[in-house]
Ligand binder design. Structure first.
Ligand SMILES: NC(=O)c1ccc[n+]([C@@H]2O[C@H](COP(=O)([O-])OP(=O)(O)OC[C@H]3O[C@@H](n4cnc5c(N)ncnc54)[C@H](O)[C@@H]3O)[C@@H](O)[C@H]2O)c1
Ligand SMILES: [Zn+2]
Ligand SMILES: [Zn+2]
Length: 363
């Protein structure tokens, strides 16, 4: 199969043959149909987060099952699936206490040392960015926990977005922060993750949803996706604007979906007393953020968020049902369809703010 090979930060990808094995045991082999291009992949490609190389990036795919191992019971060839390539074992304390996104027993779902690796590149083992399969490749082979079946009539390019943008953004609101009806919400950043958080806030029944971005086209999109107010952070202090729009002293819930120290600090500063800031954005390794210690006396809270605290087999089908009911906009988020070979252009387009989401189409 063909895959995009990430060699070094700053170097363009090469597009080469990778040898992928047949599924064994509980493994599933999926032909990738579509894969969204997330800012996290762009950050890895830029070297902000060091990873072993060579590697295959891409963690927002959907596809069709091609073959299953002998012990797979819930999937069969021909099934349409979304992939969530950060796996959960289902047996460790994190999984058993309802936090499968925190699973620290992922080795249990890998092949054992001495077994043939799932993927070979120029004769050596290669893995995807999550340690498993990867979306920037024509096929994915991983443990069955990495896939959730969806109805055949859901377009796979829309479904792909659920694997990262939607589970992260909607999940940050519904699972991580647990926003309640009537709350006030600010979302910093209106890219794929921020627009999903805005939709999550709409689904949660938030009374005011304030979107903050520096790009007018993103703010226009935010209004279409459910923002009740928008703030252009390129023309003034967004914290001041949020205070004014939320009745004087800030919002109940704020979300950072950009990945910058400055906006993470603005996110925390935009809270009212007792408010909760959820930092979704991925900052470079080693980056520190500062908070005003007195804000802790006002019972303000700051929390991190890993993939929207996703419980993949529970949340992904729910989000697909919202989509089929017209309550979660996914088609509107796909603003560019590209070929695998255009991956580096897609990363550049993210940095130029040109796209809501680029999706690589494989057929
Ligand atoms: N925590 C997680 O599990 C998780 C999962 C997925 C993505 N992420 C991270 O979430 C972040 C968002 O990802 P994305 O794919 O939506 O990115 P994106 O590039 O599509 O969106 C970012 C948005 O931020 C806006 N922006 C940039 N600088 C700004 C500023 N100073 N003030 C206001 N707005 C500004 C951009 O115009 C853009 O619309 C990234 O850091 C990504 O790595 C985290
Ligand atoms: Zn992502
Ligand atoms: Zn686990």
């Amino acid at each position: 199969m063909k895959a995009a090979i990430f060699h070094q930060p700053g170097q363009p990808h090469s597009f080469e043959e990778v040898d992928i094995d047949q599924p064994q045991g509980r493994e599933v082999l999926v032909r990738t149909a579509a894969c969204g291009v997330c800012h996290s992949d762009a950050s890895v490609a830029e070297g902000k987060v060091p990873v072993p190389t060579p590697m295959i990036l891409g963690h927002e795919p959907a596809g069709i099952v091609e073959a299953v191992g002998a012990d797979v019971t819930e999937l069969k060839p021909g099934d349409h699936v979304i992939a969530r390539l950060g796996l959960y074992c289902g047996r460790c304390p994190h999984c058993l206490s309802g936090h499968p996104n925190r699973c620290n027993n992922r080795a249990a779902m890998q092949r054992r040392p001495g077994q043939r690796p799932r993927m070979l590149y120029r004769g050596n083992q290669i893995t995807g960015v999550t340690g498993d399969g990867a979306g920037f490749a024509e096929k994915m082979l991983t443990h069955e926990h990495g896939f959730v079946k969806i109805p055949d009539d859901v377009p796979l390019e829309a479904a792909a977005l659920v694997g990262c943008a939607v589970v992260t953004g909607v999940g940050a609101v519904l699972n991580t922060a647990k926003v309640e009806p009537g709350a006030t919400v600010a979302v910093f950043g209106a890219g794929g993750i921020g627009l999903s958080a805005i939709q999550g806030a709409r689904l949660a029944g938030a009374r005011r949803i304030i979107a903050v971005d520096v790009n007018e086209s993103k703010l226009a999109a935010a209004r279409r996706f459910g923002a009740t107010h928008t703030v252009d952070a390129s023309s003034g202090d967004p914290v001041e604007a949020i205070r004014k729009l939320s009745g004087g002293d800030g919002v109940d819930y704020a979300f950072e979906a950009i990945g910058l120290k400055q906006t993470a600090e603005q996110c925390i500063a935009s809270l009212t007393v007792g408010g909760v800031a959820t930092i979704i954005g991925m900052m470079g390794a080693g980056q520190k953020i500062e908070i005003d210690a007195m804000s802790l006396m006002a019972e303000k809270r700051v929390q991190g968020c890993l993939m929207g605290s996703v419980r993949f087999p529970i949340d992904a089908p729910r989000y697909i049902e919202f989509y089929r009911q017209g309550r979660l906009l996914l088609d509107e988020m796909v603003t560019r369809r590209i070929r695998l070979e255009q991956l580096d252009d897609a990363f550049a387009a993210i940095n130029r703010g040109e796209v809501l989401r680029s999706v690589i189409m494989f057929q």
